[in-house]
Write a protein that binds this ligand. Structure first.
Ligand code: PGA
Length: 256
């Protein structure tokens, strides 16, 4: 945690969730009013097919709904793509960009991811920019170099603490049950903080830095207690309301 930064716990449903999963979103939405959760922000990013109905379930509760990706353009001939304006129009508030699955499955580059983040910000939304090293990069001691390059390439010049969140997700920790040591998380987050602070000054000091990769109810409190970890980006465990809520409560509990 960073003093005076309000944590964010974000759930990324990836390509999971048919309409019957709206019940899970509703359960999380109803529980989000729990006073134990009032000190954190909560976000769920369901597949685009559920986005608008999900936001209607959250109209009067603090659970936010977001997108998992967007196109860099506002509109146009891009079959199958979704613009940041469309997500804003569906009352989404944040958009994940540059997730490692998009970097791998769709060959997205840092400059494309930066353009998507710019589009999200232009639409008035928060861009959650994902970065992280592969197992091979970690083993060869290149982690911090990779993070430096991804941050420099993917984070827009107009990033502020209000419009941008950085999610550190080691690729080898996503969906594997593997988690870096506390010391490795601390080192990566301290590095990201110093990079953001040297580029964006006070805004970089206040920017939220999330950890993602096999966050579960059993490890959330420990991970969230690490310096400069200001919340979590949760994949698999966000699909079950009780697990996601337990992670949110563990995060809020760390605030004392
Ligand atoms: P996981 O995914 O929690 O299932 O490891 C994290 C992510 O990809 O954001």
């Amino acid at each position: 945690m960073t003093p005076n930064i309000r944590p964010l716990v974000a759930g990324n449903w990836k390509m999971n969730g048919l309409r019957d999963a709206l019940g899970t979103i509703n359960e999380i939405a109803q529980s989000s009013e729990d006073s134990a959760l009032s000190k954190i922000d909560m976000l769920l990013c369901p597949p685009a097919t559920l986005l608008y109905v999900a936001t209607t379930l959250c109209e009067d509760v603090p659970l936010q709904i977001g997108g998992q990706d967007c196109h860099a353009n506002k509109s146009g001939a891009h079959t199958g793509d979704i613009s940041a304006d469309m997500i804003a129009d569906c009352l989404g508030t944040q958009i994940i960009v540059g997730h490692s699955e998009r970097r791998t499955d769709h060959g997205e580059t840092d400059s494309e991811i930066r353009a998507k983040a710019e589009a999200a910000i232009e639409a008035g939304l928060v861009a959650i920019v994902c970065i992280g090293e592969t197992e091979e990069e970690r083993k060869s001691g290149k982690t911090l170099d990779v993070l430096k390059t991804q941050l420099a390439g993917s984070v827009p010049d107009n990033a502020t603490a209000a419009n941008t969140v950085i999610a550190y997700e080691p690729v080898w920790a996503i969906g594997t049950g593997l988690v870096p040591s506390n010391g490795d998380v601390e080192e990566a987050h301290a590095f990201i903080r110093s990079e953001m602070a040297s580029r964006f000054n006070a805004e970089g000091e206040k920017m939220r830095l999330l950890y993602g990769g096999s966050v579960k109810p059993s490890n959330a409190a420990e991970l969230m207690a690490i310096a400069n970890v200001d919340g979590a980006l949760v994949g698999g465990a966000s699909l079950k309301s009780e697990d996601f809520l337990a992670i949110c409560k563990a995060t809020a509990g760390n605030l004392g």
